[in-house]
Design a protein around this ligand. Structure first.
Ligand SMILES: *[C@@H]1O[C@H](CO)[C@@H](O)[C@H](O)[C@H]1NC(C)=O
Ligand SMILES: *[C@@H]1O[C@H](CO)[C@@H](O)[C@H](O)[C@H]1NC(C)=O
Ligand SMILES: *[C@@H]1O[C@H](CO)[C@@H](O)[C@H](O)[C@H]1NC(C)=O
Length: 290
């Protein structure tokens, strides 16, 4: 069977709900202040997005920046809640087609490869807010009407960190929009592949609406070289499945999806497990479902 045909089929039949945002990789260092030139970066990205990336909807980038600034400056750096950003989110409503939502947790690199190949999937980073604020750091200061460019607190040191609160609100909004089949990409090479502390487990999962979501299709991917710690019938994934069931979701779970395996092999052809004919890759694992 030609690989391309198989790939397309699998992707169409396994809709993606993607979760767990970029939090895990975004370590806000205590010594780092607001990203320099943040205003130019955010407004520039906004124009890039609305002009070139996704020109179908009109946004007022200057207004979006003003709403953002208002939410953050004049606040003490540990005191910005999701509510502070409500006006900002109101200024940039977005809708996505059903069956395109991809959630992920601790699988960032693989998610990027996947989203690059199958371009109809949407992750939080494809939304305007995700696009604008990806990799940026910011915080305000109570006594001043500007951002604090010298230092921002670490996420762990405050409950209402301005960066954390924005991503939390963005993740919530994204999950609440999700409809049709959604795909969740989880990491089978770590303990607690599904964690209630991750953005997926703490925010996005709760935001998903069983009335709008047709299937939650979970994909557990371990590293090519292992270890193989968690799977569809082992470890924290079982907790996820239990939560989904109790909330009335339909779900499937696939270990080491062959299409995703191929993407992993493309990134690292030297792995022994990739030194086999591509056709046999397609038969390594079969899905379990319910
Ligand atoms: C949704 O997912 C289910 C289970 O994987 C699958 O049978 C169905 O074809 C999918 N529907 C779409 C529109 O992708
Ligand atoms: C945090 O904000 C609330 C209301 O927005 C305010 O009442 C409180 O004093 C602030 N706390 C600090 C430490 O700035
Ligand atoms: C799983 O997590 C580890 C540690 O964060 C990471 O190095 C690895 O690339 C991840 N594997 C996949 C398949 O995403």
């Amino acid at each position: 069977m030609p690989l391309v045909t198989s790939g397309s089929f699998v992707i169409i039949s396994f809709t993606i709900w993607f979760s767990t945002p970029q939090l895990c990789r975004r370590q806000v260092g205590a010594q780092l202040g607001t990203t320099p030139n943040i205003k130019h970066i955010v407004i520039g990205r906004c124009f890039t997005y609305t002009t070139l990336v996704n020109p179908s909807v009109r946004y007022d980038c200057e207004d979006i920046w003003r709403q953002f600034e208002e939410a953050v400056v004049h606040q003490s750096s540990c005191n910005v809640t999701e509510e502070h950003y409500h006006q900002l989110f109101n200024a940039m409503p977005q809708m996505w087609p059903c069956d395109t939502f991809l959630f992920w947790s601790k699988t960032r690199k693989l998610m990027h490869a996947f989203a690059a190949v199958f371009q109809h999937f949407w992750t939080l980073e494809d939304t305007l807010v995700g696009y604008m604020f990806n990799d940026l750091i910011w915080c305000g200061q109570e006594e001043d009407s500007d951002f604090d460019f010298n230092s921002c607190p670490e996420w762990s040191t405050c409950r209402t960190h301005p960066v954390f609160s924005l991503w939390k609100q963005a993740s919530k909004t994204f999950a609440e929009m999700a409809c049709g089949n959604v795909t969740v990409l989880l990491n089978g090479s770590i303990v607690n592949a599904f964690s209630r502390k991750s953005m997926f487990g703490s925010v996005e999962l709760d935001g998903l609406n069983p009335q709008r979501v047709n299937y939650v299709n979970i994909k557990v991917m371990s590293n090519l070289q292992g270890p193989h710690i968690e799977s569809c019938n082992q470890g924290s994934i079982l907790d996820l499945i239990q939560i989904l069931q109790s909330r009335g979701f339909r779900w499937t779970c696939t270990d080491n999806d062959p299409v995703l395996r191929i993407l992993q092999c493309i990134q690292d052809l030297t792995q022994p497990s990739c030194q086999i004919p591509a056709n046999s890759l397609m038969q390594q694992e079969s899905p379990t479902s319910n």
